[in-house]
Design a protein around this ligand. Structure first.
Ligand SMILES: Cc1cc2nc3c(=O)[nH]c(=O)nc-3n(C[C@H](O)[C@H](O)[C@H](O)COP(=O)(O)OP(=O)(O)OC[C@H]3O[C@@H](n4cnc5c(N)ncnc54)[C@H](O)[C@@H]3O)c2cc1C
Length: 381
C-alpha cells in the first residue's frame, strides 16, 4: 500500500492543501493531524464576527468528521505532534506514532508573548484560533471596556469590531500611528481619527508593562506612567511562525520553516506552507499567498511540475469605519506620495526610480485595488 501523505495542521493551509490534493489524487491515503478540534473555519472572520452578531459556534462550517468524509481522509483531531523521526518517517503524537510517506507541515504561527508582569495576566487574551476566540467571547460577556495591545492589522480590526458592537476600546500601540509599517503617516492618522470617531482611544508610542487585577477588571500600566482601566485585555502584537518542531528535526529554519518554490524543506520529503513557512525568503501570513502555495504543493505532491509565483496580493483590512486596502512594498527603501481625493485617499509607495512598489487605498478609493495591483511588480515571478 502507498505510504500516506500526512498533513500536520487543520487551518486554512492544511485544509486547502488537502482539497487541492484530492482534486488531483484520489488514491493516495491522506492523513491529517491537528492539535485542535479540526473544525473548518475562516480565521479572518474572528476579527469581524462580533459586529455581525455571529457567535463562535457559527464560525465553523464543518467538523473534522465531515471534512474527513469529504476529503476521503483520516483526521486525528486533538493530537499534538511532538517530534518528527525523519530516519524512520514517523511522527510522535500524543496517542502513538503516525507513519508518513511524505509529510506537510501546516503548523501556523504563535502569538508573540505580551511579556506583561502583574497578577492580571490571566485577563489578557490573544485570539489566534477558534478556541481562543470562544474563550475571549465568553470572558467578554457582560463587559464593556477592552484594552488592545497592538495597532497592527489584527489590533485595528478587533478595535473596529469591538467599538462597533458597543465596547469602549483603548489601543496601546508602540508606533506613532496604526499600521505604521504598511501606511504612511497621513493615512494612518486618518485611520486613527475614523476609529476614534467610533470611540476608540489611542495611546501611540507607548507599551504596556504590567496588568494588575482591579476588582472584576484589570489596570494596565503603560511605560510612561499612564494607566488604563479595562475589563479585559486583548494582545494583538503579532505572530511568530511555529518552527520548533521542524528545527528539532534538523530542518533548516529562519523566520519560518525554510522552503523553496516547490514548498520543499531541506528534507525533500517534508514540505511546509502557510503561516509557519518562509517561502523563498518571504513570510506572508495572509490568505491569498496560502491559496497559491496550496495549489502548487498539491500539484507537486500529485507528480505534476509546478513552481510558485506570486502576483502582488493586496490585503483588505476589515475596518468598516475606515475602508482600507494595502499592498505592502517588498522593495524596502522608498517614499510615500499621498493624495486626498474626493472619495478617499490614495497612497503610492515609490522606489528611487519612481516605480510603484506598494500602495494603500482608503475610503471610496478601495474599489481601485485591481487597477493598482496590476501596476505592481510580482512578489515572486
Ligand atoms: C484574527 C485574524 C484575522 C485575520 N484576517 C485576515 C484577513 O482579513 N485577510 C488575510 O489575508 N489574512 C488574515 N489573517 C491571516 C490568516 O487568517 C492566516 O494567514 C491563515 O489563517 C493561517 O492559516 P494556517 O493554516 O497557516 O495556520 P493556522 O490556521 O494557525 O493552523 C495551524 C494548524 O496547525 C495545528 N498545529 C500547530 N502545531 C501543531 C502540532 N505540533 N501538532 C499538531 N497540530 C499542530 C493547529 O492546531 C492548527 O490546526 C487573519 C489572522 C487572524 C489571527
Amino acid at each position: 500500500m502507498t505510504a500516506p501523505l500526512v498533513i500536520v495542521g487543520s487551518g486554512l493551509a492544511g485544509y486547502t492543501l488537502a482539497r487541492e490534493f484530492r482534486k488531483r489524487d484520489t488514491a493516495t491515503p491522506l492523513v491529517m493531524v491537528s492539535a485542535d478540534a479540526g473544525q473548518l473555519y475562516a480565521k479572518p472572520s474572528l476579527s469581524n464576527a462580533l459586529a455581525q452578531g455571529r457567535v463562535p459556534a457559527q464560525l465553523a462550517s464543518e467538523t473534522a468528521e465531515q471534512a474527513a468524509v469529504r476529503l476521503a481522509a483520516s483526521i486525528h483531531a486533538h493530537t499534538r505532534i511532538g517530534a518528527i523521526d525523519r530516519a524512520d518517517r514517523r511522527l510522535a503524537g500524543e496517542r502513538g506514532e503516525i507513519a508518513y510517506g511524505r509529510l506537510v507541515l501546516a503548523l501556523g504561527a504563535d502569538p508573540i508573548p505580551h511579556g506583561l508582569a502583574g497578577d492580571g495576566v490571566d485577563r489578557v487574551h490573544a485570539v489566534n484560533d477558534l478556541d481562543d476566540y470562544a474563550r475571549f467571547r465568553a470572558a467578554l460577556a457582560g463587559h464593556r471596556r477592552v484594552a488592545i495591545l497592538g495597532g497592527g492589522l489584527i489590533g485595528c480590526e478587533f478595535a473596529n469590531d469591538l467599538a462597533a458592537s458597543g465596547h469602549a476600546v483603548e489601543v496601546v500601540h508602540r508606533g506613532a500611528w496604526p499600521l505604521e509599517r504598511l501606511l504612511p503617516e497621513a493615512v494612518g492618522r486618518a485611520m486613527a481619527a475614523a476609529l476614534g470617531g467610533k470611540g476608540v482611544g489611542w495611546h501611540f508610542g507607548r507599551t504596556a508593562v504590567r496588568a494588575e487585577v482591579a476588582g472584576d477588571g484589570v489596570v494596565l500600566d503603560l511605560d510612561d506612567g499612564g494607566r488604563i482601566e479595562a475589563d479585559l485585555v486583548l494582545s494583538a502584537i503579532g505572530l511568530r511562525p511555529r518552527t520548533a518542531l521542524a528545527a528539532a528535526a534538523g530542518l533548516i529554519t529562519g523566520r519560518g520553516i525554510v522552503v523553496d518554490r516547490q514548498l520543499r524543506s531541506s528534507d525533500p520529503d517534508i514540505h511546509a506552507l502557510g503561516d509557519c513557512a518562509e517561502v523563498d525568503g518571504l513570510v506572508l501570513p495572509f490568505v491569498q499567498p496560502i491559496l497559491a502555495q496550496a495549489r502548487v504543493l498539491a500539484a507537486m505532491l500529485a507528480g505534476e511540475p509546478a513552481r510558485l509565483v506570486y502576483p502582488a496580493m493586496p490585503v483588505l483590512v476589515k475596518t468598516p469605519a475606515f475602508p482600507l486596502v494595502v499592498a505592502p512594498s517588498l522593495a524596502g527603501q522608498g517614499e510615500w506620495q499621498v493624495e486626498v481625493t474626493a472619495h478617499g485617499m490614495v497612497a503610492r509607495h515609490l522606489d528611487a526610480a519612481g516605480r510603484l512598489t506598494g500602495f494603500a487605498l482608503a475610503g471610496g478609493e478601495t474599489g481601485r485595488r485591481l487597477e493598482f495591483a496590476q501596476q505592481l511588480p510580482a512578489w515572486l515571478d
